[in-house]
Structures are given as structure tokens and as C-alpha cells.
Design a protein around this ligand. Structure first.
Ligand code: CMC
Length: 426
């Protein structure tokens, strides 16, 4: 039996019936009800309570702190899987067999190289360009090299371009990093796995082979798995919105990179480090927390639109911090972060608003310990999120319910005015 919600306009007595399906009513059903002659709409800046698509990729229970990709708990994937296996899962809906995984890894390895002309583009950026801006421009520029991606209905071409982008993302990121350090680029090494090769392209010096500590490779895999997807967040929404007008996947991912760059989204890990450095030492924390409570500061790396409990990714990263610091030595800001977390979790302001550490609270500390400058932190988020963006892109462009994204507005500007010639303006 269909559940129905009745909505009555008290002033006129007009009543409409809204069928409830999957816990939602259709916003367009509200159009039937006229209020002062105008069809009723909803007002929802920031999409607090508006579902924009059906999706079978990622499930989050924010109250319980649950995150699942295609039904698998992120904790299990972080424990047992690799990033490329997780990417396959996100894109195809199932974990690969051993044979499928070997083929997928081989395909991705074959697509690691950047086009020569893209290197020229990278060289053209200022020496101190932000790597996220370089990443955004370069991902968009890929479309000029791979225009076949325009036909997103062609399954083979879509699969090829997805593999191209997942393969090239670490190379692009490593080149952006080395450009900032005025170091020569290191070409991909096909004998290494995805994360090992990334570390080699970043940190190789004069040695013939770069041998990364296996614990660091594993830490990188875990960080990449945790960042691979997060359902309809700001950057995924940007990807889907740009896809809705019929764009190729490079243009869409470039939009995602741009959205991710913001300090309230992926840029938060960079902002956390800045905040911890500003606080400086545990004795300065009470003053900082008081400024947050007065609304003068924001506690970066805390709070989440969906999680009203400890972010499950933050829990795993907190554990990884210890493993990485065993190898790299302890980042002295860890003490400030731990003390800040302790004080905030016991403070009424944070408790009443259900503000807990999110994925970005500890990830920056790891990245810094690994030798990355803060501008690279969000790039390290963008590489693995590419799998999620592409899975969401794929789902979006094959969705029979897809319509071009076009929200309504409530106009608050001037009414009609007669044009004033320039000579008559005061
Ligand atoms: N520090 C202090 N107060 C906060 C914070 C914070 N980090 N986050 C939320 N609040 C307060 C906010 O002021 C508001 O209080 P009041 O009800 O008194 O006005 C209340 O909590 C609700 O916050 P909101 O801004 O309505 O929540 P939102 O869902 O719009 O914002 C958020 C979510 C993530 C943008 C926000 O929590 C924030 O700015 N956090 C810091 C930035 C950050 O760490 N971002 C990374 C998010 S996780 C990675 C990702 O997926 O991108």
C-alpha cells in the first residue's frame, strides 16, 4: 500500500496528497498546491534535506558512524583490500576475482604516463602555483588529448577513459609536487604497484630504484581507501551537476577537484595543520576553544554534515598515525591535536552540536610526517576520490532519471526598472 501524506493550506482549505516513497515526497508534487497563486516549492540551501539521485555506491549512517562501499564496511576494506581493488568495487559493484584484479591493475599501470604536451602545460605554471589549481587545470586539459570521452554513451570508450584518469592521477599529482620543489619529474615505474609507484615518483632521488618502506605503502593504501568515495558530498555533487549537462568525465572530475579544494571540504586537512600550528602548544588550547565558542574561529577537522558521531575514517586514521610515526618520528603537533580532541569531546558546545573529529583531523599530521607540504594535502585526497567521482559519474550518466541540474531561486532583487542612459545617471 502506498503511503500518502496530506498537506493542507489552512487559509484556503486546499489540500493535496503526496505519495511517500523511499522516505521521500517528490518535490514536483508540491507544485499542485498554490499559495497566493504561486505553486509551492521547497527552500533548501546546502541540500540539507533533499535527495538528488538514487545511488547504489556508498552508504552512510551518520548517527551510527557507518560507512560502506557497495555494502562492504570501510573498516574491512581498509584492513584487507588495496586501493585499486576498492576502486574496482566502486566502479563495478562487486569485488574482483584474482584474475579480474590482475587485469585491472595491468590496465591501470598501462595508463600511468602523461601526454608529453601536458608536461609543457605543467611547466608553464608559476613555480609556486598551488598544486590543486594545477591538478584542476590539468584534469580539464585531458579532454583536449582524449576527445573520444565526449561520447559517454560508448561503454568501451568510457571504460578506457576511466582507466586513463585513475592511472594518470598519481603521475599528475607527483609532477605537481616535484615542480613545486624544482626537481626533475620521475617517470612511472611499471614494476611497482599503484601506491609504491606514487611514492617513488614523489620522493626518488638519484638512486636507481626507490624502495619505499612497506608500512608506508600500506598506510598510503589505507588513506586512499578511506578517501575513495563519500556519497553526495560537495565535490561529488559538482561532478554530477556538471555531468548533467552532458559533459565528458575529465571536465566533470576537474569540477570535482575545484570543489574539493575549498577549506570546508577537502581543503580542511591543510587548514587543520595551519590551525594546530597557530595554537602551537597545549596550554594555548583553552583560549582557542573559547574563540571557537564565541563564533570567532572554526575548529577545522571537526564536524560533518552527515556524521553526528565519530567519523569512522577518522578512527582508522588515528590508528594509522601511530604506525606512520613509528617510521617517520612523531610530529610534535600530534600532542596539540590529541589534547584539542580531548578537550573538545568533553565540552558542551561540541557535544550538543554533535561535533566529532572528521577524516581531516589527523590525515594532515600523517601527510606532514611523510614530508608533504600542506598545499599537497588536498591533492592526496583528490587522487583516491577520483575513483568515487568516476563511479558516481558513471552512475549519473546512465541514470534514466537524470535531468539537467537546475535549482530554483527566490528572487530578492529590484522589480522592473526603465533603462537610464549613462548621461542621466547620478
Ligand atoms: N567548529 C565550530 N563550530 C562548528 C563546526 C566547527 N568545525 N562545525 C559546525 N559547527 C557549529 C556551527 O557553527 C553551528 O552552530 P550553531 O547551531 O550554533 O549555529 C552547528 O555546529 C551546525 O553547523 P553547520 O555549519 O550548520 O553544519 P554544516 O553541516 O553546514 O557544516 C561542515 C558541515 C563540515 C562544513 C562544518 O562542520 C565545518 O565547517 N567543519 C570544519 C571544516 C571541516 O573539517 N571540513 C571537512 C569535512 S570532512 C571531509 C569532507 O568530506 O569534505
Amino acid at each position: 500500500m502506498t503511503e500518502v501524506l496530506k498537506l493542507c493550506h489552512e487559509a484556503t482549505g486546499d489540500e493535496i496528497s503526496l505519495p511517500v516513497s523511499e522516505g521521500t515526497v517528490r518535490a514536483t508534487d508540491l507544485l499542485q498546491l498554490k499559495v497566493r497563486g504561486e505553486p509551492l516549492a521547497t527552500f533548501d540551501p546546502g541540500f540539507f534535506n533533499t535527495a538528488v539521485c538514487h545511488s547504489a555506491i556508498t552508504y552512510i549512517d551518520g548517527d551510527e558512524g557507518v560507512l560502506q562501499y557497495r555494502g562492504y564496511r570501510v573498516e574491512d576494506l581498509a584492513e584487507n583490500s588495496t586501493y585499486l581493488e576498492t576502486a574496482y568495487l566502486l566502479l563495478n559493484g562487486e569485488l574482483p576475482t584474482a584474475g579480474q584484479l590482475a587485469d585491472w591493475e595491468q590496465t591501470i599501470t598501462e595508463h600511468r604516463q602523461l601526454p608529453d604536451k601536458l608536461r609543457i602545460l605543467l611547466n608553464g605554471f608559476p613555480y609556486d602555483a598551488h598544486p590543486m589549481s594545477m591538478l584542476m587545470a590539468s584534469t580539464a586539459a585531458f579532454f583536449t588529448f582524449y576527445p573520444d570521452s565526449q561520447d559517454y554513451t560508448d561503454l568501451a570508450s568510457r571504460a578506457l577513459n576511466i582507466a586513463r584518469l585513475i592511472g594518470k592521477m598519481p603521475t599528475l599529482a607527483a609532477f605537481c609536487y616535484r615542480k613545486g620543489k624544482a626537481k626533475p619529474y620521475v617517470d612511472p615505474d611499471d614494476s611497482y604497484g599503484y601506491c609504491h609507484n606514487f611514492l617513488a615518483m614523489l620522493f626518488k632521488q638519484a638512486e636507481r630504484k626507490y624502495a619505499a618502506d612497506p608500512r608506508l605503502i600500506r598506510a598510503m593504501e589505507v588513506l586512499f581507501i578511506l578517501h575513495a568515495d563519500h556519497e553526495q558530498n560537495c565535490s561529488t555533487n559538482a561532478v554530477r551537476s556538471v555531468a548533467s549537462s552532458g559533459n565528458d568525465l575529465y571536465t566533470c572530475v576537474s569540477a570535482g577537484v575545484g570543489a574539493l579544494h575549498g577549506p570546508l571540504h577537502g581543503g580542511a586537512n591543510e587548514a587543520v595543520l595551519k590551525m594546530l600550528r597557530e595554537i602551537g602548544s597545549p596550554d594555548q588550547i583553552p583560549e582557542f576553544v573559547a574563540a571557537v565558542k564565541r563564533g570567532e574561529r572554526r575548529m577545522m577537522g571537526f564536524g560533518h554534515r552527515v556524521y553526528k558521531n565519530y567519523d569512522p575514517r577518522a578512527k582508522i586514521i588515528r590508528k594509522a598515525v601511530a604506525d606512520v610515526f613509528d617510521i617517520t618520528g612523531v610530529n610534535p603537533l600530534l600532542r596539540v591535536a590529541q589534547e584539542l580532541e580531548k578537550i573538545a569531546l568533553n565540552d558542551e558546545y561540541f557535544a550538543s552540536r554533535k561535533l566529532y573529529p572528521n577524516v581531516d583531523f589527523y590525515s594532515g599530521l600523517i601527510y606532514e610526517a611523510l614530508g608533504f607540504p600542506p598545499q599537497m594535502f588536498t591533492v592526496l585526497f583528490a587522487i583516491p576520490r577520483t575513483a568515487g567521482w568516476l563511479a558516481q559519474y558513471q552512475e549519473c550518466v546512465t541514470d534514466p532519471e537524470l535531468r539537467i541540474a537546475r535549482p530554483k531561486q527566490i528572487y530578492t532583487g529590484a522589480g522592473h526598472r526603465s533603462y537610464v542612459p549613462i548621461a542621466e545617471r547620478g
